[in-house]
Design a protein around this ligand. Sequence first.
Ligand code: KIV
Ligand code: ZN
Length: 389
Amino acid sequence: MSDKKIYIFDTTLRDGEQVPGCKLNTTEKVELAQQLEALGVDIIEAGFPISSPGDFHSVEEIAKIVKDVTVCGLTRAVQKDIEVAAEALRHAKRPRIHTGIGTSDFHIKSKFNSTREEILQRAVQAVKWARNLVDDVEFFAEDAGRTDNEYLARVVEAVIAAGATVVNIPDTTGYCLPDQYGEKIAYLVNNVKNVDKAILSCHCHNDLGLATANSIAGIRGGARQIECTINGLGERAGNTSLEEVVMVIKQHKQLGFYTNIKAEKLNPISRLVSDTMRMPVQPNKAIVGANAFSHSSGIHQDGFLKDASTYEIINPDEVGADGSKIVLTARSGRSALAFRFQKLGYSFTRNDIDVLYERFLKVADTKKEVMEADLNELAKAYNAAAVTA
Ligand code: KIV
Ligand code: ZN
């Protein structure tokens, strides 16, 4: 059986940019959109055109410059929003309108003071408005994660009948467990009569740290698109991290999926997004964190130096990272110390290393990390003592 393509829908410029402090100007957005295209994403959600004249302009410019990727604009289920989005996308080679409405009872009652029937009608109407303006319409059932499955299936069937080409099932609040989310998608696959006429999409938030696991569960349940952001940026605890889902799919070939992402560009684009949005990446972040390929404990360093695959499941080159690092701390061992001295051009015997290691530990206990300058000092003192002896 041939592998199934998973469409990567990047929303760094929309859900990611909603993060306080991450706002971008048009030049920055266009530059990032070009890099996202080079990375190999299938869809770029460029913004929310009605939200501000600046965002309208950004979507318009991205639509002009991007060549092969679908450019998407977000709207509420409001006619004016949809018309404005279509206008912003008018130069796009492949325009998509992403419209939708909350479908959980929390949203229906508290946000809209409405009923399930009325929301269903508004959903269908929004898709019809959008389909009159573009061929590719994605519908989002906001808070689908907490929406009753039977009602959700009715909404999905109705919006597909109205012309939706993609139906997004967001776990807006990051509430679902992976098996629940996977089963929700599978329920739709099995209970929506016309489901084969559209692609189901996963859009997961990370409030419980489950966004990546939920997205993978979603594609295993039958979804074929993942909505995600570089570095997992997004509202509150963030969205599904693009680099994580791409590498899960790549590492676990037995799942039978593939994406078009050029993995070697993941670290460069992570740095670019972090710098442009002025949002540092946590050092222990999977795939793109500064420590993702660092080894600091003696047991790990010894194994890694014998065979990298003992402690690394990904070659850092594969994801464009700087390379594996042997970091020296008071928990490091002799083999790591010998390795680092060797890298600096010193050739010490095992006996030399035994002596140097005791001195190294004294230094290491006073510091968080023993640096190159410290090693040079240790080597200089050791060699000088050897000459005078
Ligand atoms: O999290 C969410 O539900 C969203 C929708 C607007 C797609 O971002
Ligand atoms: Zn979202």
